[in-house]
Each structure stands twice: as structure tokens, then as C-alpha cells.
Design a protein around this ligand. Structure first.
Ligand code: AMP
Ligand code: MG
Length: 566
């Protein structure tokens, strides 16, 4: 577990942090601010953001906080539950040094251009220089309406705030780049939601998560000005993003021209490709990979109807809104990110002399993804990678294929991926077992199969003789690779256990914690938060968190299916 080391100089109020609001200082502001005027939804042209204020809530209380995030910011974690910190985290008080604003951006939603979206329920408080000297934006999600709220209320419900808080921290501890979560505050106000979109709207408890990231700029941030022909704003956004987030890419004498922009796009492409391999290696399905929900830093952002795979199913998506097309299904994520990056690069064309450097950057995406995926799979299985190039005319990832088959593949891995979905096979438990199995003794394969047979299949009665034969053949080939690698078995097992989680934020575990918290029992939530912060080391008494999805959760709302209503 990350030990939060609080330095002696840690402060108790957000107002005492080292605020340095670069975004609002360096980019054009909406001339109509929303500080005193009534907040009406509108189109905001020629501006990167609108100054605004959180709307106060009735009765804030701290439910969860990440001590490590607090300590990194220079905040004393023990101070967050009380005044003066609590009122700032609830949006009831704007502390000294803050300059709250809502960001303006657009995006492609489910493949279609959606125009202006913007921070409809997120309000950035400003930027803090953290204890390592890096800028971190603090942002309250669910803090009330902004000019970008369209017809919605700017609020968030407790269940979705718990999911966002837990997953941000869980992903960080799985080694997946992500926005972080400092705090989760309940508001004491009710928020009305129609959870199943069936006409039964009901009040639910409201909550606010304070998210933390070096930047909340999205791919869609650049698409909006280009769609409006506002090349001045586009140029400012690109130059400022490069200066703030990618200072190493700035040219001599501070220039940002076509070659710096090409390097910027290349970096975003590389980071996004690696992020996709990270998502795929932990079985994460984002659920709403619209261009406004992909970060320009290549970190996971905007946790909504996401989920982790229980059984391996390349077609699975938790998002009920996407059940028709399944555009954002697990197996399609790498391709969708490539599509999103193409929208991003296209938005930058007006700043370039020609499209070739952008095309080159985009062309590298699939091979960067494939090599990241292959090394992740090698690490998970604890074997060397024996890659072959996938022919150009091969069908890229579709259902039933390995998520790796984009430009390169290892036949051993690809064949495992054709076995896994044949009957319901648990993703996390299977890789944990394969990665640390000792396959050097003569009976290694027999023992491993005996373990798999009883621990990873949801319905052992569906195992046919043919499938068992195919599994055993594959295990023999796997064992041959392990033996050829000639690594020390204990070292191999330890290395594989360090990348194959035993505990995962499975949807049904979140749902259990949410149900208990809604009844007023916060203990399961705190335990789950502890569990997901240390996902790789097996601990006594935590069997519940390492188990197969129970039957009650198979089709339960919040477990296998989630709506966007949050
Ligand atoms: P999403 O795809 O869920 O990240 O959200 C798409 C857009 O809808 C973003 O501009 C959000 O800010 C906005 N939005 C989502 N929920 C709300 C809400 N409750 N109030 C205002 N805006 C919202
Ligand atoms: Mg979003």
C-alpha cells in the first residue's frame, strides 16, 4: 500500500496550497463570466473556458479520501473531513488562490460530431503546484451547473461518484495512467435520476468527487475551435497545451510550429496506444470512449458506465446505451482509440503545412499498440514474446480474435485468446494462475489444468472433451515456452504476480459497497477501497474479493449493465 508521507509543512486548508492557475492565465476566457450573472446554457465562442463558481450544497460530509493524493498536493490528509477543507471540497467555499472555471470542448459521441459539450458538471478550482513541483488541476465533479450544462443539472449521484472515486484509485494502483481522486463528499442534497431510462425518475443522494490530474484537456478540446473555423483559438490551445503538458517538445526560443505540433501528435498517439494496451491487460472497458472522454495526456478520464471483464468476452460492454452497436466493446477499444486519434489529428491540420507528419504519427499507432500489448501479455504469462507480423490483409481485431492482432501477434497468445471465450472463463483468475504456475516439473501441466478446471470456469459443466483437449494442448505449448525461457520459477512467479492482480474492482464488488453505503453502512466501501489499493499481493481473509462473479450479479443492474444516468 502506498504510505502517504505527510511532510511537516502539509497544510490544512486548500487556500494555503501553492496555486498557480496557468490555464486561466494563458488562454482566452469567455468575456461573459458566470460568477454573478445567472448561469444559462449557451454556446461559448472564442474562449477556452468560462469563469464560474460551484453551487453550494446543504450538508457536506467527507465519505472517502485518498491520503496519498492529499499528501502529494501538500495537504494534511487528516484535515479533509473538517473545516476549512471540507467546505472547499464541497464547493461551498472558494478558497484563496483558486480561480474556478468550466472548460469548453466538443467531441464525437458514438462516432458522430456532437458540437459543443464542455464541463457541464465539472468545475476546475485551479492548479496547484504539488510537492514534486508539478501542476495539478483540482476539479469538482457534480458541483452544479455551468454554461455547458445544456439541459442537465450539473450534479452527480452517490453511486456513480463512488464508482469514479474507487476506479481512479484502483487504476492507479494497477499501474494504469489515470486521473486521481482526492475526495468524495456527500452533499446532503437529493439528485433526481431516471436510472433505467424507463420513466421512473427518483431522488438519490448526491455527491462530489474532487478529481486531480495535470490537465483535463481532451482530444475534443481541439476539435471544437476547428469545427467553428476559429484557428486563433485552436493555435492558442495547441501552443498552451504543449507548453504546459509537453514542455520538452517546445522548439528553440519557445517556438511552437508545425514540427512541434507533429511531435505533439506523435506523443499523444504513443501514450494513447500504450494506454489502450494497459486497459486491455487489466480487462478494463471504459464504456464511453467519445473523443471528449479521451485525455490529451493519455490518461484514463471520465469514469461512467465502465466495467472490468469477469468472463472473457471480446464483445462485452457494460454501457446499456451502446447495446445496439457495441462500438465501445472490450475488443474494439484499441481500434476506437485509433479512430479518435484521427479526429484529433484532423483538427490540427489548419496549423500544419501538410498532412504527412500527422499521417505518419497516426500510422504508428497500431504498431505501438501491438508491441505494448505483446509485452503486456508476455509479462502476464511470464514468458518471452515470439512475435510474427500480421499480414496487412488480415482482419484486425473483431469479435473472437485476440485483442493483439492489429499489426503483430504471438501465435501462442493468439491461440489462448481463441480458447478463452469458448466457455465462460474468468479473465483475472486465469492469468493469475497461468502466470505463477510452476511448469518445470513433469506433472506441471497436469497440476495447472487441475487448478484451472476448478477455479476459473463459470460453468464447469460446459467443458467438452474437445475443449479440455485443446486447453491441454495449449498448456503443453505454454510449458514448452516456459521451459525454453529457463527462468527461475520463483522469480518468474513473483514477476507475473506483480502484473496479474488477484483483487480487482469488479462491478459486483462496487455494487455491494454502494448498496451498503446507501443503507448507511460505510464499512464495505472502506474495505473495498483498501483492497483495490493493493491489488497484487494475496492477503488472508480477502477471498471474497478474489472470487468468481456470483450468480446473483450475472445480469444485475450496476454489475453487468450500467446506464449513463449518473
Ligand atoms: P460524458 O460523456 O458522460 O462524459 O458527458 C458528456 C457531456 O455531458 C459532458 O459535456 C458533460 O459535462 C455533460 N453532462 C453529463 N452529465 C451531466 C449533468 N448531470 N449535468 C450537466 N452536464 C452533464
Ligand atoms: Mg465526459
Amino acid at each position: 500500500m502506498t504510505a502517504a508521507s505527510t511532510s511537516a509543512s502539509a497544510v490544512r486548508d486548500l487556500g494555503e496550497l501553492d496555486w498557480d492557475n496557468r490555464f486561466t492565465r494563458d488562454l482566452p476566457a469567455d468575456p461573459i463570466d458566470a460568477l454573478d450573472a445567472p448561469i444559462l446554457p449557451r454556446q461559448v465562442e472564442g474562449a477556452a473556458f468560462t469563469r464560474t463558481r460551484p453551487t453550494s450544497v446543504a450538508e457536506p460530509a467527507l465519505l472517502l479520501a485518498s491520503d496519498a493524493v492529499a499528501a502529494d498536493l501538500g495537504l494534511d490528509p487528516s484535515a479533509l473531513a473538517d473545516e476549512p477543507a471540507l467546505s472547499a471540497l464541497a464547493g461551498n467555499r472558494v478558497a484563496d488562490g483558486m480561480d474556478p472555471f468550466a472548460m469548453n470542448y466538443g467531441g464525437h459521441q458514438f462516432g458522430n460530431w456532437a458540437g459543443q459539450l464542455g464541463d457541464g458538471r465539472a468545475i476546475a478550482l485551479g492548479e496547484v503546484v504539488d510537492t514534486s513541483g508539478h501542476h495539478q488541476t483540482l476539479q469538482l465533479k457534480g458541483a452544479g451547473p455551468t454554461p455547458y450544462s445544456r439541459r442537465a443539472d450539473g450534479r452527480a449521484v452517490l453511486r456513480s461518484s463512488i464508482r469514479e472515486f474507487l476506479c481512479s484509485e484502483a487504476m492507479h494502483h494497477l499501474g494504469v495512467p489515470t486521473t486521481r481522486a482526492l475526495s468524495l463528499v456527500t452533499t446532503g442534497d437529493a439528485v433526481v435520476r431516471d436510472m433505467f431510462y424507463d420513466g421512473n425518475a427518483a431522488p438519490e443522494p448526491g455527491a462530489i468527487v474532487c478529481r486531480v490530474a495535470p490537465s483535463f484537456v481532451r482530444l475534443g478540446t481541439f476539435e471544437l475551435p476547428t469545427s467553428r473555423g476559429d484557428i486563433d483559438l485552436l493555435g492558442s490551445l495547441v501552443a498552451t497545451t504543449i507548453r504546459h503538458s509537453y514542455p520538452d517538445l517546445v522548439g528553440p526560443d519557445g517556438t511552437v510550429g508545425p514540427s512541434q505540433i507533429a511531435a505533439f501528435v506523435q506523443t499523444v498517439v504513443d501514450r494513447t496506444a500504450r494506454l489502450m494496451a494497459d486497459w486491455m491487460r487489466v480487462g478494463f472497458v471504459h464504456g464511453v470512449m467519445n473523443t471528449d472522454n479521451l485525455s490529451v495526456l493519455g490518461v484514463t478520464i471520465d469514469y461512467g458506465p465502465y466495467g472490468f471483464l469477469d468472463d472473457v468476452d471480446l464483445d462485452w460492454t457494460p454501457n446499456t446505451t451502446d447495446f445496439g452497436q457495441r462500438r465501445y466493446r472490450y475488443g474494439n477499444q484499441p481500434r476506437v482509440a485509433g479512430w479518435n486519434l484521427a479526429r484529433f489529428a484532423s483538427a490540427l491540420v489548419p496549423l500544419m503545412d501538410g498532412v504527412e507528419p500527422l499521417q505518419e504519427a497516426l500510422d504508428s499507432y497500431f504498431s505501438t499498440y501491438s508491441s505494448s500489448w505483446l509485452s503486456a501479455m508476455g509479462a502476464k504469462l511470464g514468458v518471452s514474446v515470439d512475435a510474427v507480423t500480421v499480414p496487412d490483409d488480415a482482419e484486425p481485431t473483431t469479435s473472437g480474435n485476440s485483442p493483439g492482432t492489429l499489426t503483430a501477434e504471438d501465435p501462442l497468445f493468439a491461440d489462448l485468446w481463441t480458447l478463452l471465450p469458448r466457455v465462460e472463463t474468468d479473465f483475472t483468475r486465469t492469468f493469475r494462475a497461468l502466470g505463477h504456475a510452476d511448469l518445470t516439473p513433469a506433472d506441471g501441466v497436469d497440476r495447472l489444468w487441475a487448478e484451472l478446471e476448478t477455479t476459473v470456469f463459470y460453468r464447469p459443466d460446459t467443458l467438452t472433451d474437445e475443449l479440455v483437449g485443446d486447453w491441454r494442448n495449449w498448456l503443453e505449448r505454454f510449458a514448452a515456452r516456459v521451459v525454453a525461457d529457463a527462468r527461475d520459477p520463483a522469480e518468474r512467479a513473483a514477476a507475473a504476480d506483480a502484473v496479474n492482480p488477484i483483487y480487482l474492482l469488479r462491478n459486483w464488488l462496487s455494487q455491494e459497497a454502494i448498496d451498503a453505503a446507501t443503507r448507511g453502512d460505510e464499512e464495505p466501501l472502506r474495505t473495498l477501497f483498501d483492497v483495490v489499493r493493493d491489488p497484487f499481493v494475496e492477503r488472508d481473509g480477502l477471498e471474497h474479493y478474489a472470487g468468481l462473479r456470483p450468480d446473483w450479479a450475472r445480469d444485475a443492474p450496476g454489475c453487468s449493465t450500467l446506464s449513463c444516468s449518473s
